[in-house]
Design a protein around this ligand. Structure first.
Ligand SMILES: Cc1cc2nc3c(=O)[nH]c(=O)nc-3n(C[C@H](O)[C@H](O)[C@H](O)COP(=O)(O)OP(=O)(O)OC[C@H]3O[C@@H](n4cnc5c(N)ncnc54)[C@H](O)[C@@H]3O)c2cc1C
Length: 480
């Protein structure tokens, strides 16, 4: 059932035939932009880049690819971090959603919007705000990632603890299947119990089951007040104790609770222009707290009262007095994320454990990592309100490429072993793609693998869609 690499001249002529003007790119210089992802770690030349401009064109394209067994990979903004959207070198057609980027509708009464998959997340958020609503998916890559990519990766971000993951925000989907059929599941109903909830199969499927062409998404009332604080603490344990109190003490208005260990703040101070010691002196752990609400309460007063009641945990802190100051506090986190690798490669992990175990997990994982690889520099931060932590590893400066590879393998194995001990997940956000595939398949329950392989076989029987991501290449049957 493996997809067969096609003859490229006839392939290109046939694909051009089903796409409108400018829909097919084949020149080497045009393909570069679609060959490398944000991390720079993954590179693969596409056979060609198809850019359908409507669901009908997408359907015709996939009908042809299915008939001819042409392997394809859907691509959004290329900010995914597990190497899934980049083509297998010279062997796959990239299907870019970039020309399907319209906002089809917004209804502030339904609190819903219907957006095409190629719409950049930030553009969709802006459109929601113009209707006095918010689309709450929020994270550093929002200026580049696209809605289809968010759906396909079940993206999380800063606001998950209040609004949920993308999965919780999708009301309906339009999907073009591997054989070109269009599944129109685009509805804005809040309650609908008619049979299987098919959209859930596609959410988080990383392009392996269908091409999302549009999504109906939940919106929320736009907060009129947002307050941000940065606090310094003695330990991760204190940060988690603070979280438990904040969940109750902030009247359920908590929208973000982001942990950064001292090393992360130092990265921003070293690299970020004009970023000084944020709290006057250093602390082992920091938390960015954000609360938001409508107009009927005094939100700043609530946050200040809450902070006044947790002085046993909080060593020091600042509450932003303006939105601009609040945004500047967030930059301590964003700059750290961008600069942590000093422009070179670093190991990314995005693990999760039960919230109640997160502090112990961090202590144990850092201990095991330090014992196994004292030369590795850990950078630790995360959405700890969701039990999700990024425990990344930066190699020592000047280390040879092969030694870096070995360091990453060893470090990841140490961290994942501790995740297993805590009953956690090796991927809380980024997905499996190709990068985490081995670790995923080593751990998956055999019944779950059987079900996953059955779903793949049923929906994409020729395995032309994102072959070799999540499940093994060609047929998942090989792994059973
Ligand atoms: C600085 C930075 C911060 C980040 N922070 C977070 C974070 O906080 N939380 C989080 O969850 N992620 C985060 N990410 C990861 C990434 O941004 C998300 O995974 C995002 O949802 C990917 O969207 P994209 O459009 O870039 O998808 P791409 O990278 O283009 O693709 C990702 C996957 O989705 C598939 N895909 C894309 N479009 C479609 C479609 N229309 N139909 C079917 N499959 C499709 C691809 O084949 C691939 O498997 C971050 C990334 C960066 C660079």
């Amino acid at each position: 059932m493996n997809a067969v690499p096609p003859n490229s001249a006839s392939l290109i002529a046939a694909l051009a035939g089903v796409l409108s003007d400018g829909g097919l790119l084949t020149e080497a210089e045009d393909l570069i932009r679609y060959s490398r992802d944000w991390s720079g770690d993954h590179f693969g030349r596409p056979l060609a880049v198809a850019r359908p401009s409507s669901v009908e064109e997408m359907s015709a394209l996939m009908r042809h690819c299915h008939a001819e067994r042409i392997p394809v990979v859907p691509q959004g903004g290329l900010t995914g971090l597990v190497g899934a959207a980049v083509a297998a070198d010279g062997n796959e057609v990239v299907v870019s959603l970039e020309r399907m980027n319209r906002i089809r509708s917004i209804s502030p009464i339904d609190f819903a919007m219907v957006v095409e998959a190629g719409c950049i997340l930030e553009d969709a958020k802006r459109a929601a705000e113009e209707s006095d609503c918010i689309l709450p998916i929020t994270f550093g890559a929002q200026g580049s990632c696209r809605i289809g990519g968010n759906v396909a990766t079940n993206a999380g971000g800063f606001n998950v603890l209040r609004y949920g993951m993308t999965r919780d925000l999708v009301l309906g989907l339009e999907v073009v299947l591997a054989d070109g059929r269009i599944w129109n599941g685009l509805k804005v109903l809040r309650k609908d119990n008619r049979g299987y909830d098919l959209k859930q199969v596609f959410i988080g499927s990383e392009g392996t089951l269908g091409i999302v062409t549009a999504a109906a998404l939940k919106l929320f009332p736009r907060p009129t007040q947002i307050e941000t604080a940065l606090v310094g603490l003695r330990s991760v344990e204190d940060a988690m104790a603070l979280y438990a109190r904040a969940r109750r003490g902030c009247s359920d208005l908590l929208t973000a609770f982001e942990l950064i260990l001292r090393g992360g703040i130092e990265i921003t101070m070293r690299e970020g222009k004009d970023f000084h010691e944020p709290l006057g002196k250093p602390y082992p752990a920091y938390v960015l707290i954000e609360v938001s609400s409508g107009g009927l309460i005094d939100l700043k007063d609530m946050l200040l009262s809450f902070l006044a009641g947790v002085e046993d945990l909080v060593e020091d802190g600042i509450v932003a007095s303006t939105r601009a100051q609040g945004e500047r506090l967030w930059l301590y986190r964003e700059i750290m994320v961008e600069r942590q690798g000093r422009g070179g490669r670093y190991l990314r992990t995005d693990v999760s454990v039960p919230i109640s175990k997160l502090a112990d997990f961090v202590t144990d994982a850092l201990f095991e990592l330090g014992r196994a690889r004292p030369d590795a520099l850990p950078v630790t931060y995360g959405h700890v309100g969701d039990g999700n932590i990024h425990l990344n590893v930066v190699p020592p400066e000047g280390m040879a490429a092969e030694a870096i590879e070995h360091l990453f393998e060893e470090a990841e194995a140490e961290i994942f072993a501790v995740v297993d001990r805590y009953g956690g997940s090796i991927s809380a956000e980024h997905g499996i793609g190709r990068v985490k595939q081995r670790a995923f398949l080593d751990r998956i329950d055999p019944v779950a693998l059987d079900l996953a392989a059955g779903i793949k076989d049923a929906i994409d029987p020729r395995h032309i869609l994102s072959n070799g991501r999540i499940l093994a290449s060609a047929s998942a049957l090989d792994y059973r």
